[in-house]
Design a protein around this ligand. Structure first.
Ligand SMILES: C[S@@+](CC[C@H](N)C(=O)[O-])C[C@H]1O[C@@H](n2cnc3c(N)ncnc32)[C@H](O)[C@@H]1O
Length: 252
């Protein structure tokens, strides 16, 4: 793993602490992200009791804690020690015993077929290098049980590189790469956030120009309005091509 990428995520951990006084979850959990995360988590299987789940790229553990509360046997791994520190604190705060490890998903120190589910949420989109994405899929396939599932949630749209650590891929790209690595697509849908992007774009330009802090009052109010409108458009736009891609794979 490129050191620069690890540094980027470690800085994100520090940033989270700085802006989020109580260190609870993430500074960027503004209303839209909460809305989107809740929609995503609802898509997960409801019967998670006793399931062995790997939350790959768990960051501050927000999803890991959710899964543990559903009685899953969950393990969180991430490359950023700073974010893992937050994850451990968040689990401790909730009185939950969750193992969190500093591990690169491309080299998982787990035995073959040791998980029922591997989850990535907004992780693969940060892997710009297709070779390392292939290595990730290979490792996921190895640690998954024959009846296991891989669940990916990643932003998709017209392909573009959004900076050194973020790439937008078209939906077919994830399907093509995982099928190359012994996975078979079972379900796929797109949760729209296109309207949100359109509405927040001018705000983010303004924020940069005026060097506004994260989660300022205006951002929170504006994003609340954007959530109301996004919810509406999520209902009326049926053929979304942009947004958060949900992918459910089983092994071939
Ligand atoms: C945008 S965050 C998403 C965190 C979390 N899954 C969520 O839904 O909020 C992406 C995380 O993936 C981690 N990550 C990126 N590549 C990774 C890899 N190869 N192995 C493990 N973690 C990785 C980063 O350190 C970062 O914490």
């Amino acid at each position: 793993m490129d050191k620069k990428i690890i540094e980027f995520w470690n800085k994100r951990g520090l940033h989270t602490k700085k802006y989020n006084g109580n260190e609870f979850y993430t500074a960027t959990e503004i209303p839209f992200y909460i809305y989107r995360r809740n929609r995503i988590l609802k898509l997960l299987d409801d019967n998670l009791k006793g399931k062995k789940i790997l939350d790959l790229g768990c960051a501050n553990g927000i999803n890991t804690v959710y899964l543990k509360k559903k009685d899953a046997e969950v393990v969180g791994v991430d490359i950023s020690e700073n974010l893992l520190e937050l994850a451990r604190k968040n689990a401790f705060r909730e009185n939950l015993d969750i193992p969190f490890y500093k591990i690169d998903g491309e080299n998982l120190p787990f035995e073959d077929k040791s998980f029922d589910i591997v989850l990535t949420m907004f992780v693969l989109q940060h892997d710009l290098d297709v070779k390392s994405l292939n290595r990730l899929y290979k490792e996921i396939s190895r640690v998954l049980d024959d009846n296991g599932k891989m669940i990916n949630f990643e932003r998709i749209s017209i392909p573009s590189t959004k900076g050194p650590t973020w790439v937008i891929r078209e939906p077919g790209e994830y399907i093509k790469l995982s099928e190359k690595n012994d996975f078979k697509l079972v379900d796929h849908s797109i949760l729209s956030s296109r309207f949100w992007d359109d509405m927040m774009f001018p705000y983010y330009i303004l924020k940069k120009r005026l060097a506004l802090s994260d989660n300022n009052k205006f951002e929170i109010s504006y994003s609340k309005l954007a959530v109301i409108l996004t919810k509406h458009f999520d209902k009326v736009w049926k053929n979304n091509k942009f947004g958060t891609g949900y992918y459910l794979f089983c092994k071939k």
